[in-house]
Ligand binder design. Structure first.
Ligand code: SIN
Length: 274
C-alpha cells in the first residue's frame, strides 16, 4: 500500500503538517515507507490516527525509517534501548520537549526522523506544536540569510539534560557538537534554519553578548512564527512522524496533574551540511 497514491490527506497548515487517513503504518510496503520519508522531508511533520501497536512493532516500523538512534541521556524501557519514554504525571517536575527544539541536536549525527505514539492523553490539552525551519529561513531577509550562512553554532546536551534524567550526573559528559546555522536538507535540497533553544549554546566566533543577542533574535523568530507553525491534538494511538532536519517542535505541558504517556523512536541522521 502506498501513502501518497491512496491515502486521503489534509494539510494542517499551508507550509507544514499533513494528516493522512486510512493508513495503517504497520501495513506499509517499502514503496509506501519511501514515500512517507519523502513526504516528511517536504511537509515536515505527518500525522496518523488509530495506530495501535506494541513497543516491538513501533521499533520494527521505526527501523524501516532508518538506523535507530539511542538517546544519550534518558533511560530506555527494559529491553528497548532505542525507545524514549514520554511520560508526564502528577509527580513530574518537567516534561520532555517543553520548549522549542529539534531532537538531540547536540549529537554529531543528530536525529533524522522521530516517530512519537501517544497512548494515554489528558482530558484536555497536551498538544504538540511544530514549526517549519524551511520557512523560518525563507522569511528572514536575504542579507541576514547570507550572514547566517557563514556561521556555525555549538549545540550541547548540558542545556537539556544536566540534572534532568539522573539526580547526580556531575561526572557525566553529554555530547557537544558544532553544526552550520543554516543546513541543507539531503532529500529536498532546501535550506533550513538549524539553531534551537533546547540545545544551541552559542555562535562560534562571536562575543557572548553578540551570540546571545543573535540567538535571541532567531529563537523569537521561531517562537513567534505562527504562520509557519502547526499544532496537533493527540488521541490515544495517534502517531506523529517529523523530520528534525527541517522542523522544530514544542510539547505543551498544560494538563498538570493529569497523565500523558507515549513512546518515541528516532532515526540517526547525517552530519549536518550546508
Ligand atoms: C519530544 O519528542 O520532544 C516530545 C514531544 C511531545 O511529547 O509531544
Amino acid at each position: 500500500m502506498s501513502v501518497l497514491t491512496t491515502a486521503p490527506r489534509v494539510d494542517t497548515n499551508k507550509v507544514i503538517g499533513t494528516l493522512l487517513s486510512d493508513v495503517t503504518l504497520r501495513d506499509l510496503d517499502d514503496d509506501g515507507v519511501r514515500q512517507l520519508v519523502d513526504l516528511a522531508a517536504e511537509r515536515g511533520v505527518l500525522f496518523f490516527r488509530n495506530q495501535e501497536m506494541t513497543l516491538a512493532e513501533q521499533v520494527e516500523f521505526g527501523s524501516r525509517l532508518g538506523e535507530l538512534h539511542i538517546h544519550p541521556a534518558a533511560k530506555a524501557p527494559d529491553g528497548y534501548p532505542e525507545v524514549l519514554l514520554v511520560h508526564t504525571d502528577e509527580n513530574s517536575r518537567y516534561t520532555a520537549g517543553d520548549g522549542w527544539h529539534t531532537d538531540v541536536s547536540c549529537d554529531a549525527r543528530p536525529p533524522g526522523l522521530s516517530m512519537l505514539r501517544i497512548e494515554q492523553v489528558p482530558s484536555a490539552g497536551g498538544d504538540t506544536l511544530w514549526a517549519s525551519m524551511y520557512e523560518a529561513y525563507e522569511t528572514l531577509s536575504p542579507s541576514f540569510r547570507e550572514y547566517l550562512s557563514s556561521l556555525t553554532a555549538v549545540h550541547t546536551g548540558d542545556l537539556a539534560y544536566r540534572g534532568r534524567y539522573t539526580k547526580d550526573d556531575r561526572d557525566t559528559e553529554y555530547p557537544t557538537n558544532e553544526h552550520p546555522v543554516i543546513r541543507t536538507h539531503p532529500i529536498s535540497g532546501r535550506k533550513a534554519l538549524y539553531v534551537n533553544s533546547g540545545f544551541t549554546q552559542r555562535i562560534r566566533g562571536l562575543s557572548r553578548r553578540e551570540s546571545d543577542g543573535l540567538l535571541k533574535i532567531l529563537f523569537d523568530h521561531i517562537a513567534y512564527g505562527v504562520r509557519f507553525q502547526t499544532r496537533f491534538h493527540w488521541e490515544p494511538n495517534s502517531v506523529a512522524i517529523w523530520d528534525n532536519r527541517c522542523v522544530q517542535h514544542h510539547a505543551s505541558w498544560d494538563y498538570f496533574p493529569e497523565t500523558r504517556h507515549g513512546y518515541r523512536v528516532t532515526t540517526r541522521g547525517e552530519v549536518p551540511f550546508q
